[in-house]
Design a protein around this ligand. Sequence first.
Ligand SMILES: [Zn+2]
Ligand SMILES: [Zn+2]
Length: 344
Amino acid sequence: MLAYTYIKKGHFALTEKEKPTLKDPSDALVRVTLGSICTSDLHIKHGSVPRAVPGITVGHEMVGVVEQVGTQVTSVKPGDRVTVNVETFCGECFFCQHGYVNNCEDPDGGWALGCRIDGGQAEYVRVPHANQGLNRIPDNVTDEQALFVGDILATGFWAARISEITEDDTVLIIGAGPTGICTLLCTMLKRPRRIIVCEKSDERARFVREHYPDVLLTTPEECKEFVKKQSEHGGADVVIEVAGADDTFRLAWECARPNAIVTVVALYDRPQQLPLPDMYGKNLTFKTGGVDGCDCAEILRLIADGQIDTTPLITHRFPLCEIEEAYRIFENRLDGVIKVAIKN
Ligand SMILES: [Zn+2]
Ligand SMILES: [Zn+2]
């Protein structure tokens, strides 16, 4: 089968591999019908994910059809359409029992697919702990509607959940890339008083204005002043930092009111400073990533119910054999791309 493979730092290639087989009774084999490219794939390509193993098939955003299941798999059966969760988790350890599945103690726990084990930019993928890692897609939900459930939408949903948003709040979201928009959609479900999105790219700001006209927009340069003017208590009640740029961490806590919650979803290339003397007395609560992706069933229900729609994010579509071109466009942010769908 065709599989997009991490060869070495700076180099991915479409290679021919054996179709995967079940290794463990809790595994499932999934025929991938639709996949996507995530910024984390680019982090692997650029060598900034040391855990990533050369030779593995990349890709961790996908939906497909169950082809085969091990004897312990009870939640899905062959023929089921499913979303694949970016995280593998056992469901039984201390962390899983508390919903902290990102820190599952299993050897395959956390982000394994497309990083430490073969992922889904391929025709087939083996999914360990399939009872936890696969969710059935409701009949009235298409592959494109379900494509982001297991990764960026799970992240946005989790970010909104842990941020303890109330209907009185002014919520600032920094960054309107794909994960920022998923975070926005899930924040909207909490019906806060107002949502402000801070985005430096005109193109992305335009996308937000066009699709979510009730959201207020600002730029990093004007953000602090703008947020102050729009909030009752000198800053945002909740800040969710999704941009991960050089100065957005600072912006996040500076725009927060005293006693606010600052949720940092972003993954930074470099260490960030927590200048405690500057923030002394502000009494902030920081919450940090990565995602505990255990809300996929609930997210699928919300999609089926028409409450979440991420299909506008899919701006480009390619067959798997043209994935090189898809990466070129996604990596260089050409042609107004937000997300690409890779069809098998
Ligand atoms: Zn991802
Ligand atoms: Zn676990």
